[in-house]
Design a protein around this ligand. Structure first.
Ligand code: GLY
Length: 358
């Protein structure tokens, strides 16, 4: 194996240091990097004495209803038919209960429905039409989740496929973009370049949030619109207990964002909690999970370059870490980061990583 083909003891060691030891349980939350407002909300809730699960759900709800986050909830990028399908799961440490929904359409806040599955059924996961019927039975309103921005991105992708969608053979050469601008008169100028980027490189996004309180209670939640342009009915890791999220408050909690297919194949969140149970630090635990993903591709850098995956871990003593496959995204010089709020406001911390982009 050459240094370029992987595997990265040295870059990995150089990247270490994001994990931080805490002296013991305290009110705190960590999340993926899109969770600044989420973690602030979680801390407000924890400081007011709310349960850890109520706190993480209230936190991720803020991202689910935000149309600016195109990877979660309302405004998320849709499936190949232009329909937004949402996945979520959560676990409550004190009771060890779990709830999940997969491929849920028409409801902005799948995490709330997952919580109802936990509370109001004898099941753990509901999917598709059944999940929607269950949500409506509990008073949720069915709504259109596809925003104009997400529809622009979907149409851009659809027209990029070389099928009959888009300007025909007889169209004037410059008509494509001009016509698209006419079709989306309210679009912000920067949306068009962004739409071309996500059409070419379908993102996975997602938010994972993990919380601990001063009593040592923990909960976690993951929620997503999943892989853009997915086959209808595809569910990723986010609604799968043990992959997208896992909590055992006698040990800690873990979750994931990024390409769910890779996480499912190593049961990432459960693997990380078990790693910590067997004595690993939070950082060692998440990096071990990343290494397992790389091993599934025989550490072949060329194939690993096609995706990224993030793991997050919060130990019962407050130690936390995140790790990614790659140090940064293909088109950014910035290190991958995650959000930590240990009572002094949400802040970004560097994630550890396995591989450095050349
Ligand atoms: N991790 C989000 C997904 O793959 O759907």
């Amino acid at each position: 194996m050459t240094r370029r083909s992987l595997l990265a003891g040295a870059p990995l060691a150089a990247a270490a240091g994001a994990a931080q030891a805490q002296s013991g349980p305290r009110n705190m939350a960590i999340s993926s990097s899109n969770g600044m407002v989420c973690c602030n909300r979680v801390l407000q809730m924890l400081n007011a004495g709310h349960d850890t699960l109520d706190a993480v759900v209230a936190g991720v709800n803020m991202v689910e209803v935000d149309p600016e986050d195109t990877s979660v909830g309302y405004g998320g990028l849709p499936n190949e038919d232009g329909v937004v399908e949402l996945d979520s799961c959560l676990m409550h440490g004190p009771t060890r209960r779990a709830g999940a929904v997969g491929a849920l359409r028409g409801i902005k806040t799948p995490s709330k429905v997952a919580k109802l599955v936990l509370e109001r059924t004898d099941h753990v996961m509901l999917v598709g039409e059944g999940a929607l019927r269950f949500a409506k039975a509990h008073g949720f309103q069915e709504e259109e989740l596809l925003t104009e921005r997400a529809r622009l991105a979907w149409l851009t992708w659809k027209e990029s496929l070389g099928t009959d969608w888009g300007p025909g053979l007889d169209a004037p050469p410059d008509q494509g973009n001009a016509r698209l601008r006419e079709l989306f008169p309210d679009a912000r100028p920067e949306w068009f370049a962004w739409a071309r980027e996500v059409a070419t490189n379908p993102p996975t996004g997602t938010i994972n949030c993990l919380a601990l309180n001063a009593k040592g209670e923990m909960s976690g939640c993951t929620t997503t619109s999943g892989l853009a342009w997915k086959i209808p009915g595809r569910v990723g890791d986010s609604p799968i207990i043990g992959a997208g999220c896992f909590v055992d408050q006698e040990v800690g909690a873990a979750g994931s964002t990024g390409r769910g297919e890779e996480n499912i194949r190593i049961c990432g969140a459960h693997t990380i909690v078990e790693n910590m149970r067997h004595g690993m630090s939070a950082e060692e635990a998440v990096l071990d999970a990343i290494r397992r993903v790389a091993r599934n591709y025989d550490n072949d850098r060329a194939r690993l370059e096609k995706f990224d995956l993030f793991f997050y871990a919060l130990r019962k003593d407050g130690q936390h870490a995140a790790a990614t496959l790659w140090d940064r995204s293909a088109n950014s010089p910035k290190r991958r980061q995650y959000v930590v709020n240990d009572g002094s406001g949400s802040q970004l911390a560097d994630a550890s990583y396995l591989l450095e982009r050349g």
